[in-house]
Design a protein around this ligand. Structure first.
Ligand SMILES: Cc1cc2nc3c(=O)[nH]c(=O)nc-3n(C[C@H](O)[C@H](O)[C@H](O)COP(=O)(O)OP(=O)(O)OC[C@H]3O[C@@H](n4cnc5c(N)ncnc54)[C@H](O)[C@@H]3O)c2cc1C
Length: 352
């Protein structure tokens, strides 16, 4: 089989990469082993427009968010299935310091928030008040991955990739029966560590996240709640709640301390422990440098490319970055230096 690009990994990175290349007329073959706890399969899929403790718009949000929305809406139209759930987010200040911080900065980020109503605040534990975050919601990442597989049809296969079987040729790569101009590794954390990574020399600080699926009865379901964690209404009485950050376990295992930490976050939002835990999951966010995504070629083997580093903002950033990288590959446009893997610090003496 001969294709323009072999893409390994079909998470948020590989999916957007495959569709962007096809949009530009390139042929692809995508393979993925369907790791059950890949970041994209466990992600809450949130778009929070004033993120984290600092309540800041994410990197390039003004540019990337509208492009991402257009991308997901197009797929919704094509598939007839709901992918992105628009939903206001009720941000509850977790202490007086955070409230004061927001008061100081709110004029600078006015496009992304509005005032919270008293009846919304009174549903939750909110002694310091809060605000409404606009233009957010959540992507149903599992449905998204399914739709991309359906679009790809025979150009997708569930299959394990073993980097030792990859043959580098003068004009491309060969992987068993597949020959291509280049392989694009979209492996998430497995592309930064372990035997299949050809980019293990990159300085990464990937972070495991644990989260719970819980049943809560009789609560409002029209908003995502954020305090020192987040709570997303999924269906009926079910909510996703998370998440922890942990920098040592790169397998993404669930732990008792992780569960206890997420339960504690939920109690600070509810003001009680009136919930039932239905499931407990974990995955690893692939994080490189300043949590910015990166694309580009291996420093020694140019036919080996990567798209990685989506961090905790893959939903917003993946579509734009994939489009940019696809344009570079097909039209030979320059890679934005802020996204180019070759601009990163290489650790270790040898990239081989
Ligand atoms: C708990 C948690 C919550 C999160 N919440 C959010 C959120 O609310 N909003 C947001 O924007 N982001 C969130 N993220 C981050 C988001 O999930 C990531 O940015 C994104 O999913 C990374 O996508 P990826 O394609 O790079 O990696 P992955 O999703 O990990 O995909 C890599 C793929 O490579 C495949 N693969 C690996 N090795 C092999 C191999 N040898 N052979 C074949 N296939 C292989 C895997 O099966 C997998 O499908 C969250 C992450 C976690 C862990």
């Amino acid at each position: 089989m001969k294709v323009d690009y072999l893409i390994v990994g079909q998470g948020l990175a590989g999916s957007a990469m495959a569709l962007s290349l096809r949009d530009l007329g390139a042929s692809v073959m995508v393979i993925d082993r369907e790791k059950p706890n890949s970041a994209s399969r466990v992600a809450a899929g949130l778009v929070t427009t004033l993120a984290g403790k600092g309540m800041n718009p994410s990197w390039r949000q003004e540019e990337y968010l509208p492009e991402a929305m257009e991308y997901y809406r197009k797929l919704e139209k094509l598939s007839g299935r709901k992918l992105f759930h628009d939903m206001e987010l009720l941000k509850l200040f977790h202490d007086e310091k955070q409230r004061a911080k927001f008061e100081r900065k709110k004029g600078d980020v006015s496009a992304w928030h509005s005032e919270a109503k008293a009846e919304d605040l009174s549903e939750w534990e909110s002694p310091q008040g809060g605000f409404i975050m606009e233009q957010g919601g959540w992507l149903d990442t599992n449905t998204y991955l399914e739709i991309v597989q359906e679009i790809l049809g025979d150009s997708y296969a569930r299959r394990e990739f073993d980097a030792d079987l990859l043959e580098l040729e003068s004009d491309g790569v060969r992987y068993e029966e597949i020959s291509a101009k280049a392989v694009i590794l979209c492996l998430g954390v497995d592309g930064l560590i372990g035997s299949n990574s050809r980019f293990h020399f990159l300085d990464h600080r990937s972070a495991k996240g644990e989260m719970l699926l819980v049943k809560i009865k009789g609560k409002a379901r029209d908003k995502i709640i954020s305090k020192n964690g987040w709570l997303v209404p999924v269906e009926d009485d079910l909510y996703k709640v998370g998440a922890t950050y942990e920098w040592h376990d790169m397998q993404g295992s669930t732990t008792s301390p992780g569960r206890a930490e997420v339960e504690a976050k939920l109690i600070t939002m509810l003001g009680n422990d009136d919930f039932e835990v239905v499931d407990h999951i974990a995955g690893v966010r692939p994080i490189v440098r300043k949590s910015q995504p990166m694309v580009g070629a291996h420093p020694i083997y140019p036919q080996v490319k990567l798209f990685n580093g989506l961090g905790s903002r893959g939903v917003i950033t993946a579509p734009s970055v994939a489009k940019h990288f696809a344009e570079h590959l097909v039209d030979r446009s320059a890679i934005d230096p802020n996204l180019d893997v070759s601009s990163l610090r290489i650790i270790g003496p040898d990239a081989r």
